[in-house]
Design a protein around this ligand. Structure first.
Ligand code: PRP
Length: 473
């Protein structure tokens, strides 16, 4: 089919009408994708958003593409048609064999032959891409390219408008929050997240990740788990992918019998895709995670004091002395800078440093908490002195999700210490999300709510000389 100027004019007219129809970003982009595909006589099309770090592309709207194609995995902007990142139009003549295509096997299974892509530019920045797909070989005329670029320009305006309206929503939410002390705002402050979550808990989890500045993609990949003849009979799409941690997360906050099904799928996924790191968070896991920040069903749990002692004062002191001996041996002949994140670390830091036999300098940092005033984590107290070229030992009372440490270590590493190691008194691995390396660990503990020896529950119990498990109502 040859496309004429008049034909494309009609297409742009339709795009302009849809853009002005007051629909959500996703619905507008779905409609724009359809108009592009139909106008260009292509099989399908999608509108993609580039994340703020400019490394991943997420689908905002699509038309004519299978679920498997849309969720074939995170789209790495530098690996997949990288020339588009530089502002150029890309044409792939044969997707299954083109080196610029990141998932050629999926292109082949879905019979995608030609891919054309145009950058979405909001000057001076690249903010996304429009990609159209065809099952037939295609070349692009100058007119085709002009149309694709014009459609992409409209998408840039759509993104900008959505960002502005999110900003307005955030202002509204933060006013409401101040008035009612409600949940933290769901939208991140620096990037456009057009995601429509299936559940409130997913939005909440996303905003927690945003707080700790952990990049996430929502449902970017579907894993076929069973086939029926030529077709796929069972697929599994984990809710989140965290690219920096290379981890998929499935959030299951629903009924117990469905959890059993989910467990089965996760087990199957692990068997069939052994390289994939997937983590299932149950309702209980998630409630415990949120309770730490004072949210969720356990956020207001009544406690009836300490139920039992997990580690006595004597056990703690013995372990602290043994850690101090190891540290003194490992750093023999050197000076270290011990850095603690306030406040939980105070007891451990104070005891540990007294038993270290090499020269020590001590410094403290403090960071804002999730659900507080800001929407992203901030350093509220920074180091007193520079650490360039120093041997830094980061000291923690407890590592749970690892998100605090992940953030603080990145901050410290940017100050170029000679070495950077971590010592944590407690390690609660069942809650781990960010896989940070701990060099010295006092005790590995179960997934229980612990207090004492610096650790608090709503700012109480820090002064206990032992570590105990809270008795919850
Ligand atoms: C605790 C602890 C760590 C952090 C670890 O601090 O001191 O810094 O949690 O948790 P994560 O691995 O899940 O990020 P908390 O936020 O309770 O503040 P506090 O030390 O002032 O009590």
């Amino acid at each position: 089919m040859t496309t004429s100027r008049g034909h494309y004019y009609a297409g742009l007219q339709q795009i302009a009408a849809v853009a002005n129809a007051g629909l959500t970003l996703r619905r507008t982009c779905n409609a724009v994708a359809k108009i592009i595909a139909v106008s260009m006589d292509m099989t399908g099309c999608r509108v993609l958003l580039l994340n703020t770090k400019k490394d991943y592309l997420t689908t905002v709207g699509s038309f004519g593409l299978s679920d498997l194609y849309l969720r074939k995995g995170p789209l790495d902007a530098r690996k997949s048609l990288p020339e588009v990142l530089e502002g150029r139009i890309a044409v792939v003549q044969h997707a299954p064999t083109d080196a610029r295509v990141q998932h050629p096997e999926v292109a082949e299974s879905q019979h995608v032959v030609t891919i054309v892509a145009a950058p979405i530019v909001r000057k001076p920045d690249m903010v996304g891409e429009v990609r159209a797909y065809s099952r037939q070989p295609r070349t692009l005329s100058e007119l085709d390219e002009d149309f694709l670029r014009s459609a992409a320009n409209v998408c840039a305006v759509l993104f900008e408008r959505a960002e502005l309206s999110q900003f307005r929503d955030r202002v509204k939410k933060s006013c409401a929050k101040r008035a009612t002390a409600a949940l933290p705002a769901q939208m991140p402050p620096t990037s456009l997240k057009p995601t429509e979550f299936a559940h409130e808990s997913e939005a909440e989890f996303a905003s927690l990740l945003d707080f700790y500045q952990i990049e996430w993609l929502y449902e970017p990949r579907s894993f076929p788990l069973a086939w029926n003849g030529d077709g796929i009979s069972l697929m599994f799409t984990p809710d989140f992918y965290l690219p920096e941690l290379d981890m998929y997360i499935e959030l299951t906050t629903m009924k117990q019998d469905l959890i059993t099904q989910k467990n089965r799928k996760v087990r199957k996924l692990r068997e069939m895709y052994p390289d994939i790191n997937v983590r299932l968070l149950t309702r209980k896991d998630f409630a415990r995670l949120l309770s730490k920040y004072g949210y969720g069903p356990q956020g207001d749990a009544k406690v009836e004091g300490v139920g039992r002692v997990l580690y006595s004062q004597t056990q703690i002191q013995r372990r602290v002395r043994s850690l101090a001996r190891r540290i003194s041996r490992d750093y023999a002949g050197q000076r270290i800078v011990m850095i603690g994140v306030l406040k939980g670390v105070v007891c451990f830091m104070s005891d540990l440093m007294q038993h270290i036999s090499i020269p020590v300098r001590v410094d403290y940092m403090d960071i804002s908490h999730y659900g507080g005033d800001g929407e992203i984590v901030k350093i509220t107290r920074d180091l007193d002195a520079p650490i360039v070229g120093e041997h830094v030992l980061m000291v923690e009372d407890i590592v749970d999700t690892g998100m605090t440490l992940n953030y603080v270590l990145a901050h410290l590493a940017s100050h170029k210490p000679a070495t950077l190691r971590v010592c944590s008194l407690l390690d609660r691995t069942p809650r781990r999300l960010a896989n940070v390396k701990l060099d010295y660990v006092g005790f590995e503990i179960p997934d229980e709510f612990v207090v004492g020896y610096g650790l608090d529950y709503k700012d109480e119990y820090r002064n206990l000389p032992f570590i105990g498990i809270l008795k919850q109502d």
